[in-house]
Design a protein around this ligand. Structure first.
Ligand SMILES: Cc1ncc(COP(=O)(O)O)c(C=O)c1O
Length: 355
Protein backbone atom coordinates (compact mmCIF):
# COMPACT_ATOMS: atom_id res chain seq x y z
CA UNK A 1 0.00 0.00 0.00
CA UNK A 2 1.25 3.47 -0.80
CA UNK A 3 1.56 5.86 2.07
CA UNK A 4 -0.19 9.14 1.55
CA UNK A 5 0.98 11.81 3.94
CA UNK A 6 -1.66 14.11 2.45
CA UNK A 7 -4.57 15.57 4.39
CA UNK A 8 -7.26 13.53 2.66
CA UNK A 9 -8.27 11.43 0.97
CA UNK A 10 -5.99 9.18 2.99
CA UNK A 11 -5.14 5.49 2.69
CA UNK A 12 -7.94 3.11 3.54
CA UNK A 13 -7.21 -0.25 5.13
CA UNK A 14 -7.81 -3.25 2.83
CA UNK A 15 -10.32 -4.82 5.22
CA UNK A 16 -12.35 -1.59 5.11
CA UNK A 17 -12.12 -1.38 1.32
CA UNK A 18 -13.35 -4.95 1.17
CA UNK A 19 -16.31 -4.18 3.44
CA UNK A 20 -17.67 -2.07 0.58
CA UNK A 21 -17.99 -5.15 -1.57
CA UNK A 22 -20.81 -6.50 0.58
CA UNK A 23 -23.87 -7.14 -1.61
CA UNK A 24 -26.67 -4.60 -1.79
CA UNK A 25 -29.92 -5.13 0.03
CA UNK A 26 -32.88 -2.74 -0.05
CA UNK A 27 -31.94 0.31 1.99
CA UNK A 28 -35.34 0.14 3.66
CA UNK A 29 -34.75 -3.34 5.03
CA UNK A 30 -34.10 -4.69 8.51
CA UNK A 31 -30.62 -5.88 7.43
CA UNK A 32 -29.46 -2.45 6.33
CA UNK A 33 -31.20 -0.60 9.16
CA UNK A 34 -29.34 -2.72 11.71
CA UNK A 35 -25.98 -1.75 10.18
CA UNK A 36 -26.96 1.90 9.93
CA UNK A 37 -28.04 1.95 13.58
CA UNK A 38 -24.91 0.29 14.86
CA UNK A 39 -22.66 2.62 12.84
CA UNK A 40 -24.46 5.72 14.18
CA UNK A 41 -24.28 4.39 17.74
CA UNK A 42 -20.58 3.53 17.54
CA UNK A 43 -19.83 6.92 16.00
CA UNK A 44 -21.00 8.61 19.23
CA UNK A 45 -17.89 7.24 20.91
CA UNK A 46 -15.53 9.11 18.60
CA UNK A 47 -17.52 12.32 18.90
CA UNK A 48 -17.42 11.90 22.70
CA UNK A 49 -21.13 12.61 22.77
CA UNK A 50 -24.47 11.29 23.86
CA UNK A 51 -26.11 13.48 21.24
CA UNK A 52 -27.48 12.06 18.02
CA UNK A 53 -25.02 11.43 15.21
CA UNK A 54 -26.40 12.04 11.73
CA UNK A 55 -24.80 10.43 8.70
CA UNK A 56 -25.12 12.24 5.37
CA UNK A 57 -24.26 11.13 1.88
CA UNK A 58 -22.10 14.11 0.97
CA UNK A 59 -18.68 15.46 1.70
CA UNK A 60 -18.07 17.72 4.70
CA UNK A 61 -19.00 20.90 2.85
CA UNK A 62 -22.56 19.59 2.61
CA UNK A 63 -22.78 19.67 6.38
CA UNK A 64 -21.22 23.14 6.52
CA UNK A 65 -24.20 24.15 4.41
CA UNK A 66 -26.61 22.14 6.56
CA UNK A 67 -25.32 23.93 9.66
CA UNK A 68 -26.07 27.31 8.14
CA UNK A 69 -29.46 26.39 6.71
CA UNK A 70 -30.74 24.67 9.84
CA UNK A 71 -29.34 26.74 12.67
CA UNK A 72 -29.15 30.28 11.33
CA UNK A 73 -32.15 32.34 10.36
CA UNK A 74 -30.22 35.57 9.95
CA UNK A 75 -27.03 36.37 11.85
CA UNK A 76 -23.94 34.25 12.12
CA UNK A 77 -20.41 35.04 13.22
CA UNK A 78 -17.86 33.20 11.08
CA UNK A 79 -14.43 32.86 12.68
CA UNK A 80 -11.93 32.89 9.83
CA UNK A 81 -8.23 32.10 9.99
CA UNK A 82 -7.81 29.78 7.06
CA UNK A 83 -9.21 28.56 3.76
CA UNK A 84 -11.88 26.20 5.08
CA UNK A 85 -13.22 28.73 7.55
CA UNK A 86 -13.38 31.18 4.65
CA UNK A 87 -15.38 28.58 2.73
CA UNK A 88 -17.87 28.28 5.61
CA UNK A 89 -18.28 32.07 5.58
CA UNK A 90 -18.93 31.91 1.80
CA UNK A 91 -21.47 29.15 2.34
CA UNK A 92 -23.31 31.40 4.82
CA UNK A 93 -23.28 34.40 2.48
CA UNK A 94 -24.36 32.36 -0.53
CA UNK A 95 -27.30 31.07 1.50
CA UNK A 96 -28.40 34.67 2.04
CA UNK A 97 -27.40 34.94 5.72
CA UNK A 98 -26.01 38.03 7.41
CA UNK A 99 -22.56 36.65 8.07
CA UNK A 100 -19.93 38.72 9.84
CA UNK A 101 -16.35 37.64 9.70
CA UNK A 102 -14.16 37.50 12.78
CA UNK A 103 -10.71 37.29 11.27
CA UNK A 104 -7.29 36.37 12.56
CA UNK A 105 -4.12 35.99 10.51
CA UNK A 106 -3.73 32.51 9.02
CA UNK A 107 -0.84 31.82 11.38
CA UNK A 108 -2.71 33.00 14.47
CA UNK A 109 -5.47 31.28 16.46
CA UNK A 110 -9.04 32.44 17.02
CA UNK A 111 -8.80 33.27 20.71
CA UNK A 112 -11.52 33.45 23.38
CA UNK A 113 -10.77 37.19 23.75
CA UNK A 114 -11.43 37.88 20.07
CA UNK A 115 -14.72 36.01 20.24
CA UNK A 116 -15.76 37.68 23.49
CA UNK A 117 -15.17 41.13 22.00
CA UNK A 118 -17.18 40.31 18.86
CA UNK A 119 -20.11 38.89 20.83
CA UNK A 120 -20.19 41.93 23.09
CA UNK A 121 -20.68 44.16 20.03
CA UNK A 122 -23.51 42.21 18.42
CA UNK A 123 -25.61 39.18 19.17
CA UNK A 124 -25.49 36.18 16.89
CA UNK A 125 -27.61 33.06 16.58
CA UNK A 126 -24.49 30.99 15.94
CA UNK A 127 -20.74 31.07 15.50
CA UNK A 128 -18.82 28.88 13.10
CA UNK A 129 -15.26 27.81 13.84
CA UNK A 130 -12.88 25.33 12.26
CA UNK A 131 -11.13 23.16 14.82
CA UNK A 132 -8.24 22.09 12.61
CA UNK A 133 -7.38 24.28 9.64
CA UNK A 134 -6.10 21.85 7.06
CA UNK A 135 -4.74 24.73 4.98
CA UNK A 136 -2.35 25.86 7.71
CA UNK A 137 -1.99 23.02 10.22
CA UNK A 138 -3.34 25.26 12.96
CA UNK A 139 -5.62 23.95 15.69
CA UNK A 140 -7.99 26.51 17.18
CA UNK A 141 -8.70 26.32 20.94
CA UNK A 142 -12.34 25.36 20.43
CA UNK A 143 -12.97 24.30 24.03
CA UNK A 144 -11.85 27.69 25.37
CA UNK A 145 -13.70 29.58 22.65
CA UNK A 146 -16.88 27.66 23.50
CA UNK A 147 -16.48 28.61 27.15
CA UNK A 148 -16.14 32.27 26.17
CA UNK A 149 -19.26 32.08 23.98
CA UNK A 150 -21.27 30.60 26.82
CA UNK A 151 -20.10 33.29 29.22
CA UNK A 152 -21.06 36.22 26.98
CA UNK A 153 -23.90 34.90 24.87
CA UNK A 154 -25.26 31.60 26.17
CA UNK A 155 -27.92 31.27 23.46
CA UNK A 156 -25.44 31.43 20.60
CA UNK A 157 -25.03 28.03 18.99
CA UNK A 158 -21.47 26.76 18.59
CA UNK A 159 -20.92 25.09 15.23
CA UNK A 160 -17.59 23.32 14.72
CA UNK A 161 -15.89 21.96 11.63
CA UNK A 162 -13.74 19.02 12.69
CA UNK A 163 -13.31 17.69 9.16
CA UNK A 164 -9.59 17.04 9.48
CA UNK A 165 -9.34 16.27 13.19
CA UNK A 166 -12.23 14.17 14.45
CA UNK A 167 -10.88 10.86 15.74
CA UNK A 168 -7.31 12.17 15.45
CA UNK A 169 -7.58 14.82 18.15
CA UNK A 170 -9.74 14.90 21.26
CA UNK A 171 -12.81 17.01 20.69
CA UNK A 172 -15.07 16.89 23.69
CA UNK A 173 -18.40 17.55 22.03
CA UNK A 174 -20.50 17.26 25.19
CA UNK A 175 -18.03 18.49 27.79
CA UNK A 176 -17.28 21.60 25.75
CA UNK A 177 -20.98 22.17 25.00
CA UNK A 178 -20.65 22.09 21.21
CA UNK A 179 -23.95 22.24 19.33
CA UNK A 180 -22.74 20.76 16.10
CA UNK A 181 -19.50 19.00 15.25
CA UNK A 182 -19.13 17.90 11.66
CA UNK A 183 -16.59 15.76 9.87
CA UNK A 184 -15.87 14.06 6.54
CA UNK A 185 -15.07 10.40 5.94
CA UNK A 186 -11.85 10.82 3.95
CA UNK A 187 -9.59 12.30 6.65
CA UNK A 188 -8.93 10.95 10.15
CA UNK A 189 -11.68 8.36 9.82
CA UNK A 190 -9.63 6.83 6.99
CA UNK A 191 -12.57 5.98 4.76
CA UNK A 192 -13.13 6.76 1.10
CA UNK A 193 -14.71 10.17 0.45
CA UNK A 194 -18.49 10.49 0.25
CA UNK A 195 -19.85 10.47 3.78
CA UNK A 196 -20.16 13.28 6.28
CA UNK A 197 -21.10 12.84 9.92
CA UNK A 198 -22.21 15.27 12.57
CA UNK A 199 -23.18 15.26 16.22
CA UNK A 200 -25.98 17.71 16.99
CA UNK A 201 -27.32 18.93 20.34
CA UNK A 202 -30.98 18.96 21.33
CA UNK A 203 -31.05 22.73 21.62
CA UNK A 204 -29.73 23.07 18.07
CA UNK A 205 -32.45 20.73 16.83
CA UNK A 206 -35.02 22.83 18.70
CA UNK A 207 -33.67 25.97 17.11
CA UNK A 208 -33.96 24.38 13.64
CA UNK A 209 -37.74 24.11 14.12
CA UNK A 210 -37.97 27.90 13.98
CA UNK A 211 -35.66 28.36 10.99
CA UNK A 212 -37.36 28.83 7.65
CA UNK A 213 -36.25 27.46 4.28
CA UNK A 214 -34.04 24.72 5.62
CA UNK A 215 -34.22 23.07 2.21
CA UNK A 216 -34.93 19.36 1.75
CA UNK A 217 -31.82 17.24 1.29
CA UNK A 218 -29.99 18.75 4.25
CA UNK A 219 -33.00 19.38 6.46
CA UNK A 220 -31.58 17.95 9.68
CA UNK A 221 -35.01 17.64 11.28
CA UNK A 222 -36.07 15.38 8.42
CA UNK A 223 -32.80 13.46 8.66
CA UNK A 224 -33.25 13.04 12.42
CA UNK A 225 -36.82 11.82 12.03
CA UNK A 226 -35.59 9.10 9.70
CA UNK A 227 -32.61 8.37 11.94
CA UNK A 228 -35.01 7.49 14.72
CA UNK A 229 -36.19 4.69 12.45
CA UNK A 230 -32.56 3.78 11.60
CA UNK A 231 -32.94 5.17 8.14
CA UNK A 232 -32.36 8.15 5.88
CA UNK A 233 -34.71 10.37 3.85
CA UNK A 234 -33.01 9.46 0.55
CA UNK A 235 -30.91 6.50 -0.58
CA UNK A 236 -27.64 6.54 1.38
CA UNK A 237 -24.21 5.56 0.02
CA UNK A 238 -24.68 2.05 1.39
CA UNK A 239 -21.23 0.73 0.48
CA UNK A 240 -19.65 3.56 2.41
CA UNK A 241 -21.83 2.82 5.41
CA UNK A 242 -20.64 -0.80 5.33
CA UNK A 243 -17.11 0.59 5.32
CA UNK A 244 -17.90 3.05 8.12
CA UNK A 245 -19.28 0.27 10.27
CA UNK A 246 -16.15 -1.84 9.71
CA UNK A 247 -13.77 1.09 10.27
CA UNK A 248 -15.49 2.14 13.50
CA UNK A 249 -14.88 -1.37 14.82
CA UNK A 250 -11.20 -0.96 14.01
CA UNK A 251 -11.07 2.48 15.61
CA UNK A 252 -12.78 1.29 18.77
CA UNK A 253 -10.48 -1.74 18.90
CA UNK A 254 -7.49 0.63 18.82
CA UNK A 255 -9.25 2.73 21.47
CA UNK A 256 -10.18 6.38 20.95
CA UNK A 257 -7.71 7.64 23.53
CA UNK A 258 -4.94 5.50 22.05
CA UNK A 259 -5.82 6.87 18.63
CA UNK A 260 -5.57 10.47 19.86
CA UNK A 261 -2.25 9.63 21.53
CA UNK A 262 -0.88 8.04 18.34
CA UNK A 263 -1.73 11.17 16.35
CA UNK A 264 -0.24 13.41 19.01
CA UNK A 265 3.02 11.43 19.10
CA UNK A 266 3.32 11.52 15.30
CA UNK A 267 2.72 15.29 15.28
CA UNK A 268 5.39 15.79 17.92
CA UNK A 269 7.86 13.67 15.97
CA UNK A 270 7.28 15.49 12.67
CA UNK A 271 7.33 18.93 14.27
CA UNK A 272 10.46 18.13 16.26
CA UNK A 273 12.18 16.90 13.11
CA UNK A 274 11.22 20.03 11.12
CA UNK A 275 12.53 22.31 13.84
CA UNK A 276 15.75 20.35 14.18
CA UNK A 277 16.31 20.76 10.44
CA UNK A 278 15.69 24.53 10.64
CA UNK A 279 12.48 24.23 8.72
CA UNK A 280 10.00 26.39 10.59
CA UNK A 281 6.46 25.35 11.40
CA UNK A 282 3.71 27.60 10.10
CA UNK A 283 1.37 27.39 13.10
CA UNK A 284 2.55 28.94 16.36
CA UNK A 285 3.53 26.72 19.29
CA UNK A 286 0.53 25.78 21.39
CA UNK A 287 -1.79 25.78 18.37
CA UNK A 288 -0.24 23.10 16.19
CA UNK A 289 -2.38 20.46 14.60
CA UNK A 290 -2.14 16.85 15.69
CA UNK A 291 -3.11 15.60 12.27
CA UNK A 292 -1.27 17.75 9.71
CA UNK A 293 1.92 19.77 9.99
CA UNK A 294 2.50 22.72 7.68
CA UNK A 295 6.25 23.14 7.31
CA UNK A 296 7.81 26.40 6.13
CA UNK A 297 9.94 25.55 3.12
CA UNK A 298 12.91 27.47 4.43
CA UNK A 299 15.40 25.33 2.52
CA UNK A 300 13.72 26.26 -0.75
CA UNK A 301 12.99 22.67 -1.79
CA UNK A 302 11.33 22.08 -5.14
CA UNK A 303 8.14 20.50 -3.79
CA UNK A 304 7.00 18.80 -7.03
CA UNK A 305 10.53 17.33 -7.34
CA UNK A 306 10.38 16.23 -3.70
CA UNK A 307 7.08 14.48 -4.37
CA UNK A 308 8.55 12.85 -7.48
CA UNK A 309 11.37 11.50 -5.29
CA UNK A 310 8.91 10.26 -2.65
CA UNK A 311 6.65 8.61 -5.22
CA UNK A 312 9.49 6.25 -6.16
CA UNK A 313 9.18 5.05 -2.58
CA UNK A 314 5.37 4.89 -2.75
CA UNK A 315 4.95 7.95 -0.57
CA UNK A 316 3.65 11.42 -1.15
CA UNK A 317 3.05 14.57 0.83
CA UNK A 318 1.04 17.70 0.07
CA UNK A 319 2.18 21.02 -1.26
CA UNK A 320 1.14 24.16 0.63
CA UNK A 321 -2.43 25.36 0.20
CA UNK A 322 -3.32 28.27 -2.09
CA UNK A 323 -0.99 31.20 -1.51
CA UNK A 324 1.13 28.95 0.75
CA UNK A 325 2.01 26.66 -2.18
CA UNK A 326 5.76 26.00 -2.47
CA UNK A 327 6.54 28.35 0.44
CA UNK A 328 5.17 25.62 2.69
CA UNK A 329 4.46 21.92 2.36
CA UNK A 330 2.22 19.72 4.44
CA UNK A 331 2.87 16.40 6.11
CA UNK A 332 -0.36 14.77 7.17
CA UNK A 333 -0.13 12.22 9.96
CA UNK A 334 -3.72 11.14 10.15
CA UNK A 335 -5.93 8.10 9.81
CA UNK A 336 -4.07 4.82 9.70
CA UNK A 337 -0.57 6.30 9.36
CA UNK A 338 1.68 4.79 12.03
CA UNK A 339 4.85 6.08 13.67
CA UNK A 340 6.87 3.57 11.62
CA UNK A 341 5.49 5.19 8.43
CA UNK A 342 6.46 8.62 9.75
CA UNK A 343 9.99 7.35 10.41
CA UNK A 344 10.22 6.08 6.84
CA UNK A 345 9.04 9.41 5.49
CA UNK A 346 11.52 11.36 7.60
CA UNK A 347 14.33 9.04 6.50
CA UNK A 348 13.35 9.68 2.87
CA UNK A 349 13.31 13.43 3.50
CA UNK A 350 16.81 13.20 4.99
CA UNK A 351 17.93 11.31 1.87
CA UNK A 352 16.37 13.98 -0.36
CA UNK A 353 18.11 16.69 1.62
CA UNK A 354 21.57 15.19 1.18
CA UNK A 355 21.34 14.08 -2.44
C1 LIG B 1 -11.12 21.79 7.67
C2 LIG B 1 -11.89 21.42 6.44
N1 LIG B 1 -13.18 21.80 6.36
C3 LIG B 1 -13.92 21.48 5.27
C4 LIG B 1 -13.38 20.78 4.22
C5 LIG B 1 -14.24 20.41 3.07
O1 LIG B 1 -14.54 19.06 3.21
P1 LIG B 1 -15.04 18.18 1.99
O2 LIG B 1 -13.96 18.22 0.96
O3 LIG B 1 -15.25 16.84 2.63
O4 LIG B 1 -16.30 18.80 1.51
C6 LIG B 1 -12.05 20.37 4.26
C7 LIG B 1 -11.46 19.64 3.14
O5 LIG B 1 -10.27 19.44 3.03
C8 LIG B 1 -11.29 20.70 5.40
O6 LIG B 1 -10.02 20.33 5.48
Amino acid sequence: MSRMFVPGPVDVDDEVLQAQARPMVPHRSKEFEAIFRQAAEKAKQIFLTRNRVLIATSSGTGLQEAAIRNFVQRDVLACVNGAFAERWFDVAVSNGKQADKLEAAWDAPITPDLVTAALKKKSYEAITIVHNETSTGLQNPVGEVAEAVRAVSPDTLILVDAVSSLSGAKIETDAWGLDMVLTSSQKCLALPPGLALCAVSDRAMDKAKSVEARGWYFDLLRMDKHRQKDSTPATPAMSLIYALDAQLDRILAEGVEARFARHSAMAERVQGWAEARDLGIYAPAGYRSQTVTTVRNERGWDIPALNGFLKQKDMRLANGYGALKNVTFRIAHMGEIQMSDVEELLAALEEFMTQ
